[in-house]
Design a protein around this ligand. Structure first.
Ligand code: FAD
Length: 413
């Protein structure tokens, strides 16, 4: 069997590594002419880190990522609402990593090049369409080239060309009114030095976590400032590199110096800000047509809430490879992949529309918008934990289930 993968992002590259490990021939075609470490930080949750470690990438991950120690929710005054250990400290058998998305992509690209050979991963190959027949599928690229295989996997992101061919009337991604300004600043470490913090509420949030260290012991801190606007404010197509202006949003966070975290100082400390509208798409009624299927953001773009988009793409890749390797033929493999992953990811998309685990901040803000003397006066015992554990179960990252389930790795056939 030969699999053509369109898109060399996180999902497409992990799919290539997983298919190769399972003994299935595959090749990756990536639209951008050169893969460079663009983008800012993301968090990889233990369920996806497990998969990367099982692919033999544990040492590389540990080198480029920061093992997240704890997670903190706070209100807009910096009063802590929730504080929990993360990764190994939370009892998972695998760490959580805060990591530069571009460095992760380059690391995966290099692993694919090394393991599959440079000819199996090509840049500058934008998929523009495909045709399939009884014997195979032909992918067509903008450069005039073609690739033929038994299966075509569309890992080509939120503006997927294949999804557009499947659902031509779907239109643009849906915006929920929030704008995100993402950036990196160098600053002294805060809390444990490996903490992830989210402060505020649904309409105005600040998120930050370290993704590295400088030689003089300071942290390289990834942060996201977020503000919700009426949805009739015009917005532009999102990408990873639209520049924003600090002056557009710094005033919104002016009073947010918590003592343990100085938000305005972090914002002022950046050299470049990138702006995104918070968008997703509706869950689809199907992903697979004949020999062609969707995965990752092409299949289920979700709001960046709960830090799960890239992790879910990695889980897709692993299940896709396992099912193609173990089911009797590609058709059964694709059907089984979709049956497992489409409902699972639709649930995460929907949970994120309801603010996911961040709902704990909304609950406290609704009841105590000016802060609280004692948190117990505002929330019932167990109320916040129920929201957070419920999201972990939905996303497939509840520690007990993850630690006890068997491996998804397939031995080379
Ligand atoms: C603000 C923000 C914060 C986020 N934070 C997190 C987080 O903390 N944790 C997390 O897990 N996720 C996070 N995400 C989401 C995460 O980045 C995505 O879910 C993830 O990158 C999806 O991987 P993918 O491979 O499916 O798509 P992408 O990473 O988008 O990769 C798609 C690839 O396909 C290529 N391509 C596009 N069109 C074509 C074509 N026609 N032919 C060939 N190639 C093509 C693109 O160049 C790209 O390389 C965040 C997203 C945003 C916007």
């Amino acid at each position: 069997m030969k699999v053509i993968i369109a898109g060399g992002g996180i999902g497409g590259l992990v799919a290539a590594l997983s298919l190769h490990a399972a003994g299935i021939d595959c090749e990756v075609h990536e639209a951008t002419p050169e893969v460079r470490p663009l983008g800012i930080g993301i968090n990889l949750q233990p369920h996806s880190v497990r998969e990367l470690i099982e692919l033999g990438l544990g040492a590389q991950l540990a080198e480029i990522g920061v093992a997240t120690q704890e997670f903190v929710y706070a209100n807009r005054f910096g009063q802590m609402i929730w504080r929990e250990p993360r990764g190994l400290a939370a009892g998972y058998h695998w760490p959580q990593y805060s990591i530069h998305r571009g460095r992760l992509q380059v690391m995966l690209w290099e692993a694919v090049t090394q393991r599959l050979g440079a000819e199996r991963v090509q840049a500058g190959r934008r998929l523009i369409g495909f045709e399939q027949d009884a014997l195979g599928v032909t992918a067509r690229f903008l450069d005039g080239g073609q690739a033929r295989g038994d299966v075509l996997v569309a890992a080509d992101g939120i503006h997927s060309a294949v999804r557009q061919q499947f659902f031509p009337t779907e239109g643009l991604p849906k915006w929920n009114g929030a704008l995100l300004w993402r950036a990196v600043s160098v600053a002294p470490p805060f809390l444990t030095g490996a903490s992830m913090v989210q402060a505020g509420h649904r309409d105005r949030k600040f998120v930050c976590y370290p993704i590295g260290k400088t030689g003089d012991g300071r942290s390289i801190i990834n942060w996201i400032a977020e503000q919700r606007f009426p949805t009739d404010v015009p917005w532009s197509r999102e990408d990873w590199n639209r520049r924003g202006q600090v002056s557009d949003f710094l005033p919104l966070f002016q009073g947010w110096n918590f003592g343990w975290l100085d938000v305005p100082a972090l914002i002022r400390g950046t050299e470049a800000v990138y702006e995104f509208p918070m968008v997703d798409r509706d869950p689809l009624p199907w992903w697979t047509q004949g020999r062609v299927t969707l995965m990752g953001d092409a299949a289920h773009p979700m709001y960046p809430i709960g830090s799960n988009g890239a992790s879910q793409a990695i889980l897709d890749a692993r299940i896709l490879a396992r099912e193609l390797a173990t089911q009797p033929g590609w058709a059964a493999g694709l059907a089984s992949y979709e049956a497992q992953r489409r409902p699972a990811t639709a649930a995460v998309v929907q949970a994120n529309r309801g603010d996911g685990p961040d709902r704990v901040m909304d609950v406290v803000h609704e009841r105590a918008p000016e802060g609280f003397a004692k948190l117990e006066d505002v929330v019932q015992p167990g109320e916040l934990e129920a929201i957070i554990m419920g999201y972990k179960r939905t996303a497939g990252m509840d520690p007990a289930t993850l630690n006890s389930r068997g491996s998804w790795s397939v031995t080379r056939g």
